[in-house]
Write a protein that binds this ligand. Structure first.
Ligand code: SF4
Ligand code: SF4
Length: 463
């Protein structure tokens, strides 16, 4: 359990060359040290986005010897000692030992969720083309690894839209605090808590989809599967290193049960699949389990910058007007510019929106809000360059020339997967309808509030 900032992200002083490429991509200037000397991370400033891990190219091959042996380095990182891959100077501490133990514990009922960005990138770890879409193989691999239920964060993304969209409509129609900020990206939330605590009330009180999924596993999922919450071990597969931090926050606990027990990045899941000897590329296509594995195209969009906004607009438009939205593809929120502004005309209501990717791009906007000059209603912020598809836990793209191709392909796979879904709006997902009818009641109701919302707080470091 972590209440303070921890050192999930580290730099190996024996491997670091001091090139400071990591400092160039760090959005909060948390990397300190002189050029040419090993760098270190100011953990209070660090938002744990893992972008330093993605850019670092200093590595130990499997043939090199260091003062600390390769095996010890792998153990320190919680990586399998059998791994035959280079290990890099910048890295994150993993959760594999905990997950392996849960998978062999006959008392534990394991439920796993997969974030949307994982299915558009994990195949890269197995030699498939950059951005290959592989949801069916992913579900099959998780089943072969022995998880009892293969559920999905996308389902909880649909739930987030129900709650967050309703919260936005309530703030607009009843005079609540605006603009409202999305709270899905934990690095962005941590940034607000430590750099702009006076703006915390602007954050949506919704838990992120990862945490909503975890809550639902140990309540609704426990009922559906006839298991005690005590016996459920809840694992999340995430493209994001900061999700490890988020899952350990004391606020992410419902009635004494931590919502998520362990988080594996996409890279860590690939280590697990390789260690188990599973041939990922030849796996058959399998489905996610129901009920908590059914999702709409809107839920899947959460992994791209602008995706939460697009999903929210699809639902908010219909909540406000009671009419179908004329076109579900909201082009103006898509793209790669750091800031994208627009207006949604929903009947007589004009909702002004801002989409931001990259924390450095949000600072001038936050300063404007502090001066009372904000003229918009809703802002989506994602810390990573093009959203979660470029997260710090995603497969590392070794050649810089391939980075842009990887991001482009992962994004186009994302929109393709949305178009392939039977349901493309969160509120049309039949399992979401059933959950409100049979369990939660209504969005923003008493039970939803207890399970799916939280509070954010000022953190130790403030500028
Ligand atoms: S994890 Fe992100 S915030 Fe932390 S040092 Fe690395 S790049 Fe900077
Ligand atoms: S951690 Fe990697 S990218 Fe950062 S200075 Fe060291 S070698 Fe360079």
């Amino acid at each position: 359990m972590v209440d303070k900032d921890t050192d999930i992200i580290k730099i190996d002083a024996e491997l670091c060359t001091g090139c400071r490429r990591c400092a160039e991509v760090c959005p909060v200037d948390a990397i300190e040290g002189k050029q040419g000397t090993p760098q270190f991370i100011n953990v209070e400033k660090c938002v744990m986005c893992g972008q330093c891990i993605q850019i670092c190219s200093a590595y130990a091959s499997i043939f090199e010897e260091y003062r600390t042996s390769r095996e010890d380095k792998l153990r320190e990182r919680n990586m399998p000692v059998t791994l035959e891959e280079p290990i890099f100077a910048a890295y994150n501490i993993g959760d594999l030992p905990k997950v392996k133990e849960a998978l062999t514990n006959t008392e534990a009922f394991t439920m796993v969720q997969c974030a949307p960005a994982v299915r558009v990138a994990i195949a890269e770890e197995f030699g498939m083309p950059l951005g290959s879409l592989a949801p069916g193989k992913l579900a099959a691999a998780l089943r072969q690894l022995g998880f009892n239920r293969i559920y999905d964060t996308n389902f909880a993304a649909d739930l987030t839209i129900m709650e967050e969209g309703s919260e936005l409509v309530q703030r607009i129609t009843e005079g609540g605090l605006l603009p409202m900020f999305t709270s899905c990206c934990p690095a962005w939330v941590k940034f607000v808590e430590q750099e702009y605590p006076e703006l915390i009330p602007h954050l949506s009180s919704c838990k992120s989809p990862q945490q909503m999924a975890g809550t639902m596993f140990k309540t609704y999922g426990a009922q559906a599967d006839g298991v005690e919450p005590d016996n459920i071990y809840s694992v999340a597969i995430m493209p994001c290193t900061c999700k490890k931090f988020e899952s350990q926050r004391p606020e992410m606990n419902t009635d004494g049960y931590q919502n998520v027990d362990a988080v594996l990045t996409t890279r860590e899941l690939a280590y697990l699949i390789k260690e188990a000897g599973i041939d990922f590329s030849s796996l058959p296509e399998e489905d996610f389990d129901k009920p908590l594995g059914m999702y709409s195209g809107a839920g899947h969009l959460f992994c791209a910058t602008g995706g939460v906004m697009e999903a929210a607009i699809r639902t908010a438009y219909e909540l406000i007007t009671n009419e179908p939205i004329p076109n579900v593809n909201i082009q103006y929120v898509r793209g790669s510019q750091g800031v994208r502004r627009g207006v949604v005309h929903a009947g007589d209501v004009k909702v002004k929106t801002v989409v931001v990717s990259g924390l450095k791009n949000v600072v001038p906007i936050l300063e404007e809000i502090k001066k009372g000059n904000a003229d918009f209603h809703f802002m989506e912020v994602m810390t990573c360059p093009v959203g979660c598809v470029s997260g710090g836990g995603q497969p590392k793209v070794l050649l810089p020339k391939d980075t842009e191709i990887a991001y482009k392909n992962r994004i186009s796979s994302t929109y393709r997967h949305d178009e392939e879904q039977t349901y493309r709006k969160s509120h049309e997902n039949p399992e979401i309808k059933a959950i409100y009818k049979n369990f939660l009641g209504e969005p923003l109701g008493h039970k939803s509030h207890h399970l799916l919302h939280t509070e954010y707080k000022q953190r130790g470091y403030c500028k």
